[in-house]
Design a protein around this ligand. Structure first.
Ligand code: RIB
Ligand code: CA
Length: 313
């Protein structure tokens, strides 16, 4: 079967980093057309540096990186250095990249790839705030026909992580998220209620570290750090691997279960801005606009991760 054509929109952070490494490792299954960066975990200059670091670490200089939006559509930028350190990849121990981002801007890259693509042929994997994606389709709404699926990490059915109501990616740019969920493109949504089960516990990280490669050392360095809010917040030690779930879904969909739901995004509520209102029981009788993942076979996922990362040498 031909590899899936994928564009990853990302704000690395360690979970984005692991998602990128997984995607670049599985090059027989995934043709990563490019990485587009966005401000989120840290400022866009740093997320761009971190995306380039991952491309170099994976020895995949063939994968271009494009610098994207430096701030949300309307709201003030909120970042998360308190979680992953000032450069966003605390513990990775990686030098500044030699590679540079490519011209043009990330949104223009998205538009160019979509214009040239056959209908329903591109899979978009947003792992950060949805600003770039929203800007692309605000500019050329008709290009939604070129997208096979949007598989994204964002939102929450239960508690948020940046406020009680909101998950970080959607909280940072709720207006962009509202645009994306209104596109009418097939969406697979990984919210916190699902991704909090994908915990990189010390035992699971040790299985990756045992590979003994440069990739393994960087992942170990990022994920062996104590996590702010750790055990009390997640019940087990370690870091939740939100974003790798998106790539794992493309590779191993059988590990995930969910249901089709209508998802609305709160853009104005003082206490609830950034909330994804997931109509889990279909109470509002609105047509579903997303397949919302609920269950993850995390043990199998973390068994397969080291096998994939080993392909990067
Ligand atoms: O809320 C978790 C999400 O926000 C993850 O994608 C993480 O990388 C940050 O972008
Ligand atoms: Ca992310």
């Amino acid at each position: 079967m031909a590899p899936l054509k994928v564009i990853i929109d990302t704000d690395p952070g360690p979970d984005d980093a692991l998602a990128i490494l997984l995607a670049l490792a599985e090059r027989e299954r995934l043709e990563v057309l490019g990485l587009t960066t966005v401000a989120g975990n840290v400022a866009v200059d740093l997320t761009t540096i971190n995306a380039l670091r991952m491309v170099e670490l994976a020895k995949r200089p063939d994968v271009p990186v494009f610098r994207g939006a430096s701030r949300p559509l309307l709201r003030k930028l909120v970042t998360a250095e308190f979680i992953n350190g000032p450069d966003g990849l605390e513990g990775a121990g990686l030098p500044l990249p030699q590679l540079e981002p490519q011209a043009p801007h990330a949104v223009e890259f998205l538009l160019r790839m979509l214009r040239a693509a056959p209908d329903r042929s591109i899979t978009l994997c947003p792992l950060g705030p949805l600003t770039n994606i929203a800007l692309a389709f605000a500019q050329e709404p008709g290009l939604a026909a070129k997208v096979e699926r949007i598989v994204l990490m964002g939102g929450a059915r239960d508690l948020g992580n940046v406020t009680p109501a909101a998950e970080f990616n959607v909280f940072v740019d709720p207006h962009a998220a509202a645009i994306v969920f209104g596109l009418g493109v097939p969406i697979v949504m990984f919210g916190l209620h699902a991704t909090h089960h994908a915990m990189a516990t010390p035992e699971r990280v040790a299985r990756i570290a045992a590979l003994g490669t440069g990739v393994a050392r960087a992942v170990d360095g990022m994920l062996s750090r104590p996590r702010p809010g750790g055990v009390a917040r997640f019940g087990v030690p370690g870091h939740p691997m939100h974003d790798p779930c998106v790539v794992a879904f493309l590779l191993w969909p059988e590990l995930f279960q969910g249901r089709d739901c209508h998802v609305a995004v709160e853009t104005a509520g003082e206490a609830t801005v950034g909330r994804t209102v997931i109509d889990w029981w279909g109470q509002k009788m609105l047509a579903p606009n997303a397949h919302v993942i609920e269950r993850i076979d995390a043990e199998t996922l973390f068994n397969r991760l080291p096998q994939s990362l080993a392909k990067l040498g």
